[in-house]
Design a protein around this ligand. Structure first.
Ligand code: GLN
Ligand code: ZN
Length: 758
């Protein structure tokens, strides 16, 4: 009969035990044995839990002390030589050294895992790279589960995705390394088989990307070879996108099962039912592994029955769309959420229950789970009418959007003239990205105020003192455009989310971001509405202290969207536009309060870019519209800034230009001239501040260094376009280096002005 499967369980533990143990170990507070014990306890607990929930294909090796890509680096012996110490055999400490670096060796790079907010460690391949089976973690964990009575399906990051994600400074192609790598995989597969594994899960999310003909060829070659030596049954797992156009050649390979992400790409089911050969099973990823909402069980069941009809239920597995790594652990922990919202939610545990229910419905027939299906159906119907989710006022506004709301009144040239007259800024105006150091003092006051331990009046005056200090400091060093420093903000999304209708916050909805770091994204459950001004009070106060312009700081709609769990009952675009209207209203209120410059941060915009080229134009179209809806409600003489960081600007310049912000600030100091060339090539039309120093390090850059960088920038951009600012906000920095760096930055701008006779 149809099997239930899971692709991966959240690693941290319900109390974030792993995070706590890791950080204690790194500090030297607990022994390695104690850390290993925490890992063991969590793994066994999670296997038992999944068994209790009725999952038949339970994953192992989904656990990781830091990251599964880094595990694969260690497994294949691809440890870069700078981390090897002569006296030791690479082990857990080598592993953490790769992730975090030490005095002798810089950490390996980290980047986003496909289009999720999880970050993996980027493998580095060296000239003449030799692979060998170095870590037996996958075997050990399989045995460990077996001892606790559970026969798991070990998860391996597939060799093709592993190679593709890695970087190499070699001249020849990475694919020359494939054969060496396959030897390691062959050895693992054969040893897993000997150990009694019936199945392995081979994750190849690279299939959801655009693949070159060469990559396809190597994929076929690689798996033909791998699958011709002894191995357990292999479930090829693709997630995060549509692989239908690759099925024609994938299904020629002797995989025992193929997993499809039917949440991201529901339409590929038909292609798969059409193509899948007799001996192959199909794993249907129909419960969303990346969000916090219940599945529509009736819809899911329709798909399952259609597939069962076609292939026979015994050839099917039912599973989450992807690993549940991207989802919080257990809704049972959430006691404070409004019941109406909570009823609609499902975390990892609840999602596995859904899998189980669906499997029962197929095995035993509808009747077996009828009450559950009916209740689920009622939820999805009532949503359409509930005032909690649908706000008539917001709906009405959304239906009355006009084209003119997406454009400024005049073109940039005219706006620029008016803004110049009004702001009287020098050549190379200096500014910062918004936040100033968030000292332990500030954090404590905010926390106390939240807990009710600090009275409102005292909190207000404490924050005002912070703002005043920051304003005075900026004046004293001669910055041209000031900020209030954002002391009242814990997080740039949470701060706004807490004041907007339609957002909810969980107590324990943590998901791993990287290593021991977890984030707790807000939940957008319903129509978004701004009940009252969110920032005006603080910005107006800051402006009252100085004659220099103070920038009002807002988080943009795409970033609010991207860094939250988003409702699924309407297109993301609609939610983005609702968010944009809220930001638009805030900008209008700031303007009315006399604020002359407003910055709408969009560091999240480029993070939402689809994996496939063919889907990007549509995304950029509505993403840019959302930004414009948020930013175009102000008068010509009000200057709109935006800020983005860590994006690859190359293929998105068109969209960035189309945002039509008067001033754009971007991260640039860590990249080389390549980034700047882009701005020349595309002739960036408006004003722009490529960051002149890296805020991720406490290092204080010298005046000369920043002046030199500005001169370099001048080769690519016109002097009248250039702003001078750091790469990003300063909230994670200390005051000493912030003071010194900003002073130097202002001096660099002053020198450059003089040298150009400005
Ligand atoms: N204004 C925000 C800050 O300065 C921007 C943060 C970001 O780009 N991530 O902190
Ligand atoms: Zn930034």
């Amino acid at each position: 009969m149809m099997m239930t499967a899971n692709l991966g369980f959240p690693r941290m533990g319900i109390e974030r035990e792993l995070k706590k143990a890791l950080e204690a170990y790194w500090k030297g507070d607990i022994s390695q044995e104690s850390l290993l014990e925490t890992g063991r306890t969590l793994r066994v607990r999670h296997w038992q839990l999944q068994k209790t929930l009725g999952i038949e294909q339970i994953p192992s090796n989904d656990f990781s002390f830091y990251d599964h890509v880094l595990d694969t680096v260690l497994m294949t012996g691809a440890v870069p030589s700078r981390f090897l110490r002569s006296a030791e055999r690479p082990g857990l400490d080598t592993y953490f050294r790769m992730a975090r670096g030490d005095a002798e060796a810089a950490a390996m790079e980290m980047t986003k895992w496909f289009d999720t907010n999880y970050h993996y460690i980027v493998p580095e391949f060296e000239e003449g790279q030799i692979f060998r089976l170095q870590s037996e973690k996958v075997l050990r964990e399989f045995e460990e589960a077996k001892e606790s009575g559970i026969l798991t399906r070990p998860v391996l990051l597939g060799p093709m995705t592993f190679l593709r994600l890695g970087k190499s400074r070699m001249l020849c192609s990475k694919w020359n390394l494939l054969d060496g790598l396959l030897c390691v995989y062959e050895e693992i597969l054969s040893r897993l088989q000997k150990a009694g594994a019936l199945w392995v899960q081979m994750d190849e999310p690279l299939l959801s990307l655009d693949m070159t003909a060469e990559e396809e060829r190597q994929f076929r070659r690689g798996y033909s070879r791998l699958l011709s030596s002894p191995h357990p049954k292999v479930c090829l797992t693709a997630y995060f996108g549509d692989i239908s156009e690759k099925l024609s050649w994938l299904t020629e390979l002797p995989f025992d099962a193929v997993h499809l992400d039917l949440v991201r790409a529901p339409r590929q089911l038909d292609a798969a039912l059409e193509r899948i050969p007799e001996q192959m099973m199909l794993s249907l990823g129909i419960v969303n592994g990346r969000n916090v909402w219940k599945a529509n069980l009736t819809d899911c069941l329709d798909k399952l029955l259609r597939a069962a009809d076609r292939l026979g239920a015994e050839r099917l597995m039912v599973a989450p769309s992807c690993s549940l790594l991207h989802c919080p652990v257990d809704l049972a922990q959430e006691t404070a959420l409004p019941a109406e919202i909570r009823r609609r939610m499902a975390f990892a545990v609840q999602k596995l229950q859904e899998i189980r229910i669906l499997a029962r419905a197929v095995r035993e027939g509808h009747q077996a789970v009828e009450p559950i299906l009916e209740e689920n159906q009622r939820l999805f119907q009532s949503e359409k009418t509930s005032r909690l989710f649908y706000n008539p006022e917001v709906r009405n506004r959304m239906s009355q959007l006009t084209d003119s709301m997406f454009s400024r009144q005049s073109d940039f040239e005219r706006r620029r003239r008016l803004q110049r007259q009004r702001l009287c800024l020098p050549l190379f105006p200096t500014t910062t990205i918004g936040s100033f150091p968030q000292t332990p003092d500030i954090r404590r006051m905010r926390a106390d105020f939240r807990k009710g331990a600090l009275p409102e009046a005292e909190y207000q005056s404490a924050m005002k003192r912070q703002i005043e200090n920051v304003i005075r400091f900026q004046e004293s060093i001669g910055l041209d455009v000031l900020v209030h420093g954002e002391p009242e903000r814990n997080d740039m999304v949470e701060y706004f989310g807490e004041m907007l209708e339609g957002f909810a916050f969980t107590q324990n909805g943590w998901v791993q971001s990287y290593g021991s770091r977890c984030v707790k994204p807000p939940v957008i459950y319903g129509d978004v509405r701004r009940a009252s001004p969110m920032t005006v009070h603080w910005i107006r106060y800051a402006q009252s202290l100085t004659d220099k312009p103070v920038k009002g700081m807002l988080t943009g709609p795409m970033t609010l969207l991207q860094w939250s769990f988003v409702r699924e009952d309407q297109p993301r675009r609609d939610t983005a536009f609702q968010l944009a209207l809220a930001v638009r209203d805030e900008a209008a209120d700031l303007e009315a309060a006399g604020i002359r410059i407003i910055q709408i941060d969009e560091p999240g915009l480029c993070e939402g870019v689809p994996l496939r080229q063919s889907e990007r134009a549509e995304y950029f179209d509505w993403a840019v519209k959302a930004f414009r809806l948020a930013s175009c409600g102000v008068k010509d003489e009000t200057q709109i800034h935006t800020h983005m960081c860590y994006a690859d600007f190359n293929d998105r310049m068109g969209a960035i230009i189309a945002m039509d912000a008067d001033v754009l600030s971007i991260e640039a100091s860590r990249s080389d001239a390549v980034l700047l060339e882009v701005f020349e090539r595309y002739r960036y039309p408006n004003e722009i501040g490529p960051g002149v120093y890296d805020i991720h390090s406490p290092r204080v850059p010298s005046v000369e260094e920043m002046e030199a960088l500005l001169k370099e920038i001048l080769r690519y951009l016109r002097a009248e376009q250039i702003w001078v600012n750091p790469d990003c906000g300063l909230k994670t920095r200390g005051w000493p280096e912030t003071e010194a760096s900003l002073k130097n930055m202002v001096q660099a701008a002053v020198r450059l002005r003089r040298s150009l006779g400005g």
